[in-house]
Write a protein that binds this ligand. Structure first.
Ligand SMILES: Cc1cc2nc3c(=O)[nH]c(=O)nc-3n(C[C@H](O)[C@H](O)[C@H](O)COP(=O)(O)OP(=O)(O)OC[C@H]3O[C@@H](n4cnc5c(N)ncnc54)[C@H](O)[C@@H]3O)c2cc1C
Length: 822
């Protein structure tokens, strides 16, 4: 009977752990079990006494605060202090800068799906929609990729004027300052559409609306700065740039040696307190044309003019272009995507203190200002632009794969190409959902620092995959540059988006999980704060509560991960009666595995976790994929679960789940401690690694979906520029696609006749005539075939140039070398 009691107590403990019961309730459940066994006469008196004593020895200290603190919390607190990673001021700032949204649920190990399903699926206002349908559509019609990227290496003057006149630079500036006052969703819609045509135009518009000083001035600027700059920035009278990066400080941006010394000096004829600035910045977008430069420098006060602190920290200044001593104007050339980008240098430039954003009182707070502004900008700019780029890639590649025929078949019908098309469609679905969810978080008032890092990293990585795949499907058509090429520049430019706004390897290795683990974890940040409390008693009291909450949480997640792994997620509480219920089960399972794995990593590696970048990166991959899957499910629900879209969702979802398994597998396989390695494998994969990469049959269905017009294809690629006006090649292809598909039965008729030996002329035209002569087709059908052949030849055509046309002219060469020498 003792064995039954033991098993029952274990069972009760597992259930309590699985649902996350508090310690006191867990204790009551165990005591009640014991009492029931005892009064039902199933235990002897001796066994009852032994069991009561054992339970008392375990449970009384755990439930008595003073004993528990002395026995466990106090010694552990001492050890915990030594385990804590040393956080620099910069890291503390980064951690404190954001808010926690849905990602906190995913990190908890027990996501409450009702919260996800209740998130509003935001829509553009009528005014925002009118802007997207009006000025944005018109702007897109003015953008000719080849002219911009090759002939001018710039936007044409009329495009610059149009952008300024229509206040594209003022999307985030409130209306009372003359801006458009748009939501983040509208901001996304604009960047998405423009970037589907021109990355140069999209980047030019993006910078003033993200880190360009408008965002910083809006949040931290003095009233004078707002009144002066915001109306000018909104109308493009001022063009902004923001200069942080320098030759020795790229990813490690806070290590800048650009500095300012507080001193007295003469400014506009008056002696004032100010700063003498020396800086050497590079890679600064829009700098060559900027009229107002935001500048990050470290300020020092060696003469104690402001107080007794010598090192004042990173501070942000605003500098007009005509500032004496400023060297600006030369250009870097970013991978044939020639948006303006260049260095900004200054030697002994004197500026008054009110040139600092927010004035003297914001001295030293520059890094926090940048991190906060960046978390918003990063959630919008690159994810939205990537979305536009991949939607364009999916639309064009689907159409091209249907139109381009080899071996008498559309190339998209070959299994090898189908696999690639499915990947393009799945990634496009994922990026679009991810970007929409992150942007919506901004509109819901969050400062989504972790989702913005996830979105920046994964949107740009997946976009690079999509563009690579699109290039492969297009073959030579993607390679030969010229006005007809709509892919080559996107392919060339892909590494730019990987590098800017936090280079991707670092974002994956340090930021997603590094920030996520501490920010989203329900206990860690509070534990760290408790440790830092001044009063020892208060510190111990708080730490004790958190520690035992944390232990209960870890046990719960271990039990959940194991049992959900054994039941393949079936025990999870998820939205029922849906075609996607199984998806939520999988996510619940892997959320528990992430929470368990994170706790093991943090507890066993402590401060060393910072150096174990791959451990951090892999756990970050899991968090990211859980977030991406949530975004896709949220989108699918909001669109009314259209069954026609199910194959694309299924493909993208299973791809993500496979990535989760790969990341968790690599995390467990490479865990430094061999015992914990075994434990991780057992708890996370009790039945082994059973997830599969999306199958061929599913891939086939998905590929077909992007090869012919349908509502699903429209939903996948909505919001991009597809007009056939102004010789836009993708618009023309879209217009031709239905006609070319409609002619396919006629082509098959011709092919059948050809195989039967009825059409043996050498040329296509000869065969068409033979088919007419033999009444295989009639006159109308012949003209349809002729027309669609013309369309096809036009679509597959590439550009050619006179051999001199591609040479750099001597005058351009001279200009180029003199600018280099300067
Ligand atoms: C086209 C373009 C536009 C830009 N626009 C601006 C702008 O407007 N304003 C501005 O201030 N800056 C701008 N930048 C700078 C940009 O933010 C930096 O290029 C970026 O921060 C990376 O710095 P880096 O190029 O010096 O690379 P490095 O810092 O030298 O990094 C090289 C590689 O090492 C990796 N790495 C570095 N540290 C770690 C780590 N701890 N763990 C793992 N991997 C690591 C990085 O991920 C990267 O892959 C721009 C850059 C480019 C190319």
């Amino acid at each position: 009977m003792g064995v039954y009691l033991l098993l029952t107590l274990l069972g009760v403990s597992l259930v309590c752990a699985f649902i996350g019961t508090r310690l006191i309730n867990w204790t009551i459940a165990l005591v009640v079990t014991l009492v029931l066994f005892s009064i039902s006469g199933q235990l002897s008196l001796f066994a009852t006494i032994v069991a009561t004593l054992v339970l008392a020895v375990i449970l009384v200290p755990l439930n008595t605060t003073t004993i528990r603190q002395r026995l466990f919390s106090e010694p552990f607190l001492a050890r915990y202090k030594t385990m804590l990673p040393k956080l620099s001021e910069t890291e503390v700032t980064a951690l404190e800068a954001g808010t926690v949204g849905w990602e906190g649920q995913l990190f908890s190990g027990k996501p409450d799906w009702r919260i996800l399903l209740k998130r509003p699926f935001l829509k553009l206002t009528a005014e925002e929609q009118a802007f997207v349908d009006g000025p944005v559509e018109e702007l897109c019609g003015m953008l000719a990729q080849w002219e911009i990227t090759h002939e001018l290496a710039d936007l044409p003057p009329e495009v610059w004027s149009y952008i300024k006149e229509n206040r594209f630079f003022g999307m985030i500036i409130p209306k009372h300052y003359g801006g458009l006052g748009f939501s983040a969703l509208a901001h996304r819609a604009v960047l998405q559409k423009v970037s589907s045509v021109s990355a140069v135009a999209a980047t030019t518009i993006a910078v003033p609306n993200s880190l360009g000083p408008a965002e910083l001035i809006l949040h931290y600027g003095s009233q004078d700065q707002k009144d002066h700059y915001l109306p000018r920035l909104a109308t493009g009278e001022d063009i902004p740039c923001f200069a942080l990066t320098s030759p020795t400080a790229g990813s490690d941006a806070t290590s800048i040696s650009d500095h300012g010394i507080i001193c007295r000096g003469v400014y506009q004829g008056k002696e004032v307190l100010g700063m003498r600035l020396n800086f050497d910045k590079r890679y600064i977008t829009l700098a060559p044309v900027a009229t107002v430069i935001g500048l990050a420098v470290k300020l020092f006060d060696p003469d104690g003019l402001l107080g007794d602190k010598e090192e004042l920290g990173i501070s942000l200044a605003l500098m007009p272009r005509d500032t004496k001593g400023l060297k600006i104007g030369s250009r870097h050339f970013a991978l044939n995507v020639p948006f303006h980008n260049g260095p900004v240098r200054g030697k002994d430039i004197f500026l008054p203190l009110d040139a600092l954003i927010g004035g003297q009182e914001m001295i030293g707070r520059g890094w926090r200002m940048l991190v906060e502004a960046l978390s918003v900008g990063r959630a919008i700019t690159l994810p939205s632009s990537s979305t536009g780029g991949v939607k364009m890639g999916a639309l064009a590649t689907g159409a091209y794969a249907r139109i381009r025929k080899q071996f008498n078949m559309p190339i998209g019908r070959f299994e090898g190409v189908e696999e690639v098309l499915a990947r393009i469609a799945g990634n496009t679905y994922a990026i679009s959902a991810l970007s929409r969810m992150t942007v919506s978080a901004v509109d819901m008032g969050e400062k989504p620092s972790v989702p913005s890092a996830i979105a920046k990293y994964h949107a740009t990585e997946m976009a690079r995959d999509v563009i690579k795949d699109a290039m492969d499907v297009h073959g030579g058509k993607g390679i030969i540059l010229g006005p007809r090429n709509y892919l080559g520049r996107a392919w060339q430019g892909a590494p730019i988006w990987i590098t800017v706004e936090g280079a991707n390897i670092m974002t994956r290795s340090l930021m997603i999980f590094g920030q996520g683990a501490i920010r989203c974890h329900p206990f860690v940040l509070q534990e760290m704060e408790a440790v830092r409390l001044e009063s020892d008693k208060e510190s111990l009291d708080q730490f004790d509560l958190l520690l035992f909450g944390h232990i209960g949480y870890s046990i719960r997640n271990a039990v959940r991960s194991f049992t959900l792994g054994l039941s393949l997620g079936h025990l999870a509480n998820v939205p029922r009666n849906r075609d996607t219920s199984g998806y939520y089960k999988k996510l619940s399972r892997y959320s528990a595995a992430l929470a368990f794995g994170s706790d093991i990593a943090m507890a066993s590696l402590g401060g060393k976790l910072k150096q174990k970048e791959l451990t951090s990166a892999r756990l970050g991959d899991v968090l990211s994929q859980l977030y991406i899957c949530s975004a896709m499910l949220s989108r699918y629900e909001a669109q009314g679960r259209p069954s026609a879209d199910q194959p694309i969702l299924a493909w993208a979802f299973h791809d993500s789940i496979f990535k989760i398994q790969t990341a968790l597998g690599a995390f467990a396989d490479n865990f430094p401690n061999p015992w914990l390695r075994g434990l991780l494998k057992l708890i996370i994969f009790p039945l082994g690694r059973r997830e599969k990469y999306p199958g061929d049959r599913l891939g086939h269905k998905v590929a077909q979906l992007i090869m012919s017009p349908s509502e699903t294809r429209d939903r996948l690629t909505n919001g991009i520029y597809t007009s056939a006006t102004s010789g836009h090649p993708i618009g023309m292809m879209e217009q031709a696609l239905p006609e070319i598909i409609a002619a396919e039965p006629l082509e098959r008729k011709m092919l059948k006749a050809q195989k039967a030996g009825k059409l043996d002329a050498i040329t296509w035209e000869g065969q068409l005539q033979q088919a007419l002569d033999q009444s295989i087709i009639d006159e109308t059908e012949a003209s349809i075939l002729k027309h669609t052949r013309e369309l096809t030849l036009e679509i597959i055509a590439v550009d050619e140039f006179e051999s001199d046309a591609l040479r750099l002219g001597q005058s351009e060469k001279d200009e180029f070398s003199s600018s280099q020498a300067a």
